[in-house]
Every structure is written in structure tokens, then in C-alpha cells.
Design a protein around this ligand. Structure first.
Ligand code: AHR
Length: 347
């Protein structure tokens, strides 16, 4: 997966390492990174790069979730729990509440508990890198799910085993294609972006913006970070509508933000789906219902049920099979043509 990188990433890593170091210091001397962690007997060179997994059953698995504030995240949590039950593993789950520093300390705590494997859904691409590297040093193989890390700072197949997740650029291109088709390539767009620094926020913006740049009749008139959050999006949209009352389209980087935008459009006296076309990503039940009612044009799925793929990758890795550096979760497009038939697939 290619990502846009910047100097900012390097500064973030330095900050993250300093922060991680402070947190480690706060955890006491036995919880520092290195050969004493993860139940291992050796350092990074002796346990492999990424560290090998010698046990295959009854694993102690730590799952570090970045936040559990939406139907998407709750579905992902359930999928991880179900995966652990099916594999007869023991899962310890942590919730970082949307804070990089908390997620670093959560991961450190899981390292101290000597888990066999870490599954991490990192909040941002740089914020958890220090903890991913600390896990490697403690000989614990890491599987990233749903969001990736910055490959210039932590390498898949080396510092962590793999990234299990969707093709975010493609998701955004599919939304753009539906919006272009429905508007005959004409429109003024407000874009609501996801959490700054998170893989899906970076890549969905990249995929959408590039598709729209190729359309001379379409223009993104405003673009703002609404943190993948419904109410933040509603509030931002309310303000943006005052500056851009002639907007004809909203692209939201997830269904929660699309729901917030739809509420703001209605409050401003506009008819979503008629005056303003709305497109987004996830395939949430609320998004599917909005498509069925005509208020939303499209939602491309971003399947949160990543547990089966993640636990399969862990099992393959334990048995010595090769695991690709990106296990791609396939997604599909929901429009008025198939939303009703797929309502039961929502979450
Ligand atoms: O990382 C996946 C994205 O994060 C989901 O699409 C979004 O809804 C969530 O907050």
C-alpha cells in the first residue's frame, strides 16, 4: 500500500518514542521493552523479524482497539471476540478512547502481561509505532487490523507480520464514481474527512480527491476533519453550509459522518438525496437505511468483521505458512439497487 508521507511523520515518531519512553518508565522496571517481555528468551535477533510464533493453540492474544464509539468499532470488537472463541484462544481487549498516548500505554500493558500475539487497530499511522517496535523487541508478533502504520517507520513483514484491512483508496474511488455518474460530472462538494493521520482518512481523501480532480465540472469547495464522528460532522456541516449554501454534494469518509451531514442538511431546510447528494463508506445499517429512504446515494462497504481474516493469518503464521504483508478485506458498493437486499449485512 502506498501512502503519502511527510516530515511530519518523522517528528511524530520522535514524539511518540519520547512519550512511549515516559509511559514505560511510569510502568516500572519489569515492564520495559526488550528480552524480558512477551515470555520470550531472546531479543529481536533471536526470535525473528518479525518474531516467530511457536505456539499455535490456546494463545494469549492482546487486542488493542483505538476507540469503541461507533457501530463499526463495536462490530469489529465482536468479530475479534468471535475469532478468539473459534480459535480457542484467550483475548484481552483494551480501548484507547481515541488517544494515541493511551493506546501506547495499553499496548505496553499487554506486552507486560506477556501475551503471545498482539492484534492492534492503531488510531493513527505514526502514533503507535513506538509500541509496535517495543512489541517486536519483546518478541511478540504483531498483526495490524483495520488501520495500517507508516511504512517508513515500521515495516510489514519485518516489524509487524501483516496489515489486515480494506483498500481505502479503492473505496473512495468507488464512491466518487457513483457521485460522478449521478451528477453527470457536475457539482460543488463538501468533504468530511476522518481522523487526521489515520490510514483510512489519508487514503480515502487521496482516492476521492484524485478522482474529482479529473472532472472539470466538479469542485471540492470545502474539506474538514470530522474525526469519523457523527456529531462532530453534524456541527462542522452546519457551519460549512453557511459558507457554502450552494453545495450540491457531500462526500463523507464514513457513514457516521454522513449521518451527521444528513441531519445538518435537514436542519438547514435542504432535502438530502434531492438538493444534495450524499456518498460515504462503511455499509452501516444507518447508511443502508438512508439509501433505501433516498437520502443517501451510495455507501461502499468497509467490512469491520476482520476477525476471521486476522485469526486465519495468525494460524497460518504459527504453522509456518507465508502470510502476505497485506491481507486485503474485499468490499462492495451499496446503492438503491441492492441496499434493501443487503440490509441484514449492516451493523
Ligand atoms: O479504520 C476503519 C474506519 O474507522 C471505518 O471506516 C470508520 O468508520 C472507522 O472509524
Amino acid at each position: 500500500m502506498k501512502h503519502n508521507r511527510s516530515l511530519h511523520a518523522v517528528f511524530s515518531l520522535v514524539l511518540s518514542i519520547v512519550l512511549g519512553g515516559l509511559l514505560l518508565a511510569g510502568c516500572g522496571s519489569t515492564t520495559t521493552t526488550g528480552s524480558s517481555g512477551g515470555g520470550s528468551t531472546g531479543g529481536a535477533t533471536s526470535c525473528g523479524s518479525p518474531p516467530k510464533l511457536t505456539k499455535s493453540t490456546g494463545l494469549k492474544i492482546g487486542f488493542s482497539q483505538n476507540i469503541s464509539n461507533s457501530p463499526w468499532r463495536l462490530a469489529e470488537n465482536k468479530s475479534m471476540s468471535d475469532g478468539a472463541v473459534a480459535a480457542k484462544d484467550i483475548l484481552t481487549m483494551t480501548d484507547a478512547g481515541g488517544q494515541d498516548a493511551k493506546q501506547v500505554s495499553d499496548i505496553q500493558s499487554l506486552i507486560s502481561q506477556k501475551v503471545d500475539v498482539l492484534i492492534i487497530a492503531p488510531l493513527t499511522e505514526t502514533g503507535e509505532v513506538s509500541a509496535i517496535l517495543a512489541a517486536k523487541k519483546a518478541c511478540i508478533p504483531v498483526f495490524l487490523v483495520d488501520r495500517d502504520a507508516d511504512h517508513t517507520l515500521a515495516k510489514p513483514g519485518q516489524d509487524y507480520v501483516t496489515f489486515v484491512g480494506s483498500d481505502f483508496v479503492k473505496q473512495a474511488q468507488l464512491v466518487a464514481a457513483e457521485m460522478i455518474k449521478a451528477s453527470n460530472g457536475k457539482g460543488k462538494i463538501i468533504e468530511l474527512e476522518g481522523t487526521s493521520g489515520a490510514t483510512p482518512a489519508i487514503l480515502r481523501k487521496q482516492g476521492f480527491d484524485n478522482a474529482i480532480k479529473a472532472q472539470p465540472g466538479m469542485q471540492i469547495v470545502a474539506s474538514q476533519d470530522a474525526n469519523f464522528d457523527r456529531d462532530t460532522a453534524r456541527q462542522k456541516m452546519q457551519t460549512l453550509l453557511q459558507a457554502h449554501p450552494d453545495v450540491t454534494m457531500v462526500y463523507a469518509a464514513n457513514d457516521e459522518m454522513a449521518q451527521g451531514a444528513i441531519a445538518a442538511l435537514k436542519a438547514a431546510g435542504k432535502v438530502p438525496g434531492k438538493d444534495v447528494l450524499v456518498g460515504s463508506i462503511d455499509g452501516e445499517t444507518a447508511g443502508l437505511q438512508s439509501i433505501i429512504s433516498g437520502e443517501q446515494l451510495v455507501s461502499v462497504t468497509s467490512n469491520p468483521r476482520l476477525g476471521a481474516l486476522a485469526f486465519q493469518a495468525i494460524s497460518d503464521y504459527a504453522s509456518g505458512k507465508s502470510v502476505p504483508i497485506w491481507v486485503v478485506q474485499p468490499d462492495k458498493t451499496y446503492t438503491k439497487d441492492n441496499a434493501q437486499a443487503n440490509l441484514a449485512n449492516g451493523f
